[in-house]
Ligand binder design. Structure first.
Ligand SMILES: Nc1ncnc2c1ncn2[C@@H]1O[C@H](COP(=O)(O)OP(=O)(O)OP(=O)(O)O)[C@@H](O)[C@H]1O
Ligand SMILES: Cc1ncc(C[n+]2csc(CCOP(=O)(O)O)c2C)c(N)n1
Ligand SMILES: [Mg+2]
Length: 294
């Protein structure tokens, strides 16, 4: 197991409230005052999640969009966000990107915290996003049922190609999938009443599908050629593993008429030894399926 998974496993002892969903979901889901709040927090670090010298407006956009993407996976409408910011002298451009992203997703800034940073430290930014469930029960990673079809709302691998373009000096369309990921908020809200399981793809479609299969106690058979990619064909295997895609991965029964366009990429079968079968070959969480910290 990775250091990240070991730590989250240890945290489970402290996360017994049902709202924590066993730390096995994209968000906490908290019934409150007759409604259901959906809560998520993501941290991004220079050199890990963004390039230290990229436009701070794009950094702000990534911070907002990646968090709103977790709300999208729950079919939650944004209530607002709290920002944790480290001053580095580039505040003006950061604010421009923040304003644009919050306007895009209709998420008001509700508060946060601002601190200085030690010389030479990597900038670390955090965002808490709060949403309101538009449909209950709120979809989880654990709802994939035998016979369901596995779908994805769009291609993978675009951010991988976009980061390469950005590193090569592009600041336009070729790097946009990396600089300006699009949270599938409207799709998630439309899909929530129709899905079995749903999650956003942040760590790679294979790893995230394996997590869905594990949470749902099933095996998911994926047809690699059916997965739409935004990368050259010879890089298909990488595109399925790189991550940062932020499309929605979900299951639905075969007779469900989907309210949005999505690509069928696999099906849910009885639990076998491995969580996923890729073109018939069993793959486990320990295999190189996607992005992991530590
Ligand atoms: N430091 C932490 N304290 C409490 N819970 C944590 C911590 N780190 C992760 N978790 C929980 O562990 C689970 C898995 O976290 P992870 O960040 O992998 O999910 P995610 O938010 O869907 O992923 P991504 O950040 O790629 O969208 C979530 O329920 C998350 O809330
Ligand atoms: C500069 C740079 N930017 C991005 C990446 C790729 N990447 C970093 S974290 C992550 C998964 C989501 O993170 P988390 O699980 O922490 O939410 C991915 C796909 C990279 N290698 N280098
Ligand atoms: Mg997620």
């Amino acid at each position: 197991m990775s250091a990240e998974l070991d730590f989250i496993a240890a945290l489970r002892a402290l996360a017994g409230d049902p709202a924590a969903r066993g730390l096995r979901d994209d968000c906490a889901v908290l019934p409150f005052g007759g409604q259901t709040l959906v809560l998520t927090h993501d941290t991004i670090v220079a050199g890990v999640h963004f390039l230290p010298d990229m436009d701070p407006a794009d950094i702000a956009w990534r911070l907002v969009a990646t968090n709103i993407s977790d709300l999208a996976a729950k079919g939650a409408a944004p209530v607002g966000v709290l920002l944790a910011y480290q001053l580095n002298g580039a505040e003006a451009r950061f604010l421009e990107g923040l304003r644009a992203a919050l306007a895009e997703y209709g998420a008001p800034l509700l508060g946060g915290d601002t601190v200085g940073m030690p010389d030479g430290a990597a900038q670390t930014l955090g965002l808490t996003a709060i949403g309101r469930a538009t449909h209950t029960p709120v979809p989880g990673r654990d709802g994939a049922a035998l016979g369901d079809i596995l779908y994805i709302t769009g291609p993978v691998g675009g951010a991988m190609i976009g980061l390469e373009a950005l590193r090569g000096g592009d600041n336009g369309a070729a790097s946009a999938a990396y600089r300006r990921p699009q949270a599938q908020l409207a799709a998630g809200i439309a899909l929530a009443p129709h899905v079995g399981a749903m999650m956003d793809v942040s760590d790679g479609v294979l790893l995230d599908a394996a997590r869905m299969a594990t949470a749902s106690r099933v095996t998911i058979a994926i047809d690699s050629a059916a997965v739409p990619i935004a990368a050259p064909e010879p890089r298909r295997a990488e595109a399925l593993r790189w991550g940062d895609d932020y499309h929605l991965l979900f299951t639905a029964a075969p007779d469900v008429v989907l309210p949005v366009h999505a690509h069928a990429i696999g099906r849910v079968i009885a639990a076998g030894k491995a969580p996923i079968l890729l073109d018939g070959a069993p793959l486990s969480l320990g295999d190189d399926l996607g992005f992991a910290h530590g």
